[in-house]
Design a protein around this ligand. Structure first.
Ligand SMILES: Cc1cc2nc3c(=O)[nH]c(=O)nc-3n(C[C@H](O)[C@H](O)[C@H](O)COP(=O)(O)O)c2cc1C
Ligand SMILES: Nc1ncnc2c1ncn2[C@@H]1O[C@H](COP(=O)(O)OP(=O)(O)OP(=O)(O)O)[C@@H](O)[C@H]1O
Length: 286
C-alpha cells in the first residue's frame, strides 16, 4: 500500500496514479464498522477492476475546529491505521492534513478540487459521513456536486447490542476501563505500542503517542517483547504512568520495544491490595 500525505502544496493531478474506489472518513481505531466500509470499497473495486483507496484526515477535525484546546484521545497513531488499511487490501492511503484552511473548503470544492483530481470514481462511506465546511456535504449531495462523475455507496450501520459501533463508543469504554468489551467493537483486543524501561526491580511502560489509556487500576494484558506473547499484569497510576507487575521483572537496566494487548480490568487484584494494606503485593520504588 502506498501512503500519500496531502496538503495545500500538492498538485493532486500528479498525486493520483490510477482511478480508485475510495472509502472516506477519519477511521480512528479501524473498528468493525470501519472495516465494513473498507471491505465494501474493496469488493466494489475488484468487481469493476479498479484499485482501492482510503481518504482520511489528520489531525482529527475536532482538534482544529472544536473549542480551543479540545483534546482528542486518539485510539491509534496514523502509521498503525495505515498498517490496518494495508491488511484490509487497500492500495492507496491518501492522508489529508486537516488545517483551519482545509476546514473552510466548501463541500462542492472538496469534491471538485480533491476527489476528482485524485481520480476517485466511486465513494463508499457510512450513513453519517459528512464533508466540507461545517460538515454540510453528505453522500446524498456528492453525486450532484461531482457533476455525476462520482457514484456513491452508503454502508448500513454495523451495530452491537442495538448500538452503532463508533470510535466515540470505544473511547467511552476505555475511559471506564472496560477493556474486555473492546473485541466486540474492534474484532480483536485493543493494542498499544511503546517501550519497556527496566531499572532494578521496576519496569515502566512508556507508550507511543496517539494511544488511549484506561483509568488508574490494574489490568490483565499480554505483552510482546520480540519472542512471543507473555501474559501478565500492569498497574496504571493516577498520573497515567504504566508499570509492569510481572511475571518476571528484569533486574538489569534495559529498554526494549513492546506491544500490549489489553485483556481486562483486574478488579480482584485491586481488592487484594485494599484488603491487605500491610502486605506489599506491588513493589514499585522510585
Ligand atoms: C473539506 C472538508 C471541510 C470540513 N469542514 C468541517 C467544518 O467546518 N466543521 C466540521 O465540524 N467538520 C468539518 N469537516 C469534517 C467532516 O464533517 C467529517 O468529520 C470528516 O470528513 C470525517 O468524517 P467522519 O467523521 O464521518 O469520519 C470537514 C471535512 C472536509 C473533508
Ligand atoms: N458502525 C458503523 N457502521 C458503518 N459505517 C460506519 C460505522 N462507523 C463509522 N462508519 C463510517 O466509517 C467512516 C469513518 O467514520 P468515523 O471516523 O466518523 O467513525 P466513527 O466511529 O463514527 O467516529 P466518531 O465516533 O468519532 O464519530 C465514515 O464513512 C462513517 O460513516
Amino acid at each position: 500500500m502506498k501512503t500519500i500525505i496531502i496538503d495545500h502544496k500538492n498538485d493532486l493531478h500528479l498525486v493520483a496514479s490510477c482511478p480508485t474506489v475510495a472509502a472516506l472518513g477519519f477511521f480512528d481505531g479501524v473498528h468493525l464498522g470501519h472495516q465494513k466500509v473498507i471491505q465494501t470499497a474493496k469488493k466494489l473495486a475488484e468487481k469493476i477492476g479498479l484499485k482501492t483507496a482510503v481518504i482520511s484526515f489528520f489531525p482529527h477535525p475536532k482538534e482544529i475546529i472544536g473549542k480551543t484546546g479540545e483534546r482528542v484521545h486518539y485510539l491509534l497513531p496514523p502509521a498503525e491505521k495505515a498498517k490496518k488499511f494495508s491488511r484490509l487490501g487497500v492500495d492507496y492511503f491518501y492522508l489529508i492534513r486537516f488545517t483551519p484552511e482545509f476546514a473552510r473548503v466548501e463541500s462542492k470544492d472538496f469534491v471538485q478540487k480533491y476527489l476528482i483530481p485524485l481520480q476517485i470514481k466511486h465513494v463508499v462511506a457510512g450513513y453519517d459521513f459528512t464533508y466540507g465546511r461545517k460538515g454540510k456535504g453528505n453522500l446524498d449531495t456528492m453525486e450532484e456536486e461531482s457533476g455525476y462523475s462520482i457514484t456513491v455507496t452508503k454502508v448500513e450501520n454495523v451495530e452491537r447490542n442495538d448500538e452503532k459501533i463508533s470510535s466515540t463508543l470505544i473511547r467511552n469504554k476505555i475511559q471506564l476501563g472496560f477493556m474486555e468489551a473492546l473485541p466486540n467493537y474492534l474484532g480483536e483486543f485493543y493494542e498499544t505500542k511503546g517501550k519497556m524501561v527496566c531499572t532494578e526491580g521496576k519496569a515502566e511502560l512508556i507508550w507511543d503517542r496517539y494511544y488511549m489509556l484506561p483509568p488508574e487500576g490494574c489490568y490483565d494484558v499480554a505483552i510482546y517483547k520480540g519472542h512471543g506473547w507473555v501474559e501478565g499484569r500492569v498497574l496504571i497510576t493516577d498520573q497515567q504512568k504504566t508499570y509492569w507487575l510481572g511475571p518476571s521483572i528484569p533486574s538489569a537496566w534495559s529498554v526494549f520495544r513492546v506491544k500490549a494487548k489489553w485483556i481486562s480490568r483486574n478488579i480482584r487484584f485491586i481488592s487484594e491490595i485494599v484488603e491487605a494494606p500491610g502486605k506489599k503485593l506491588v513493589s514499585i520504588r522510585g
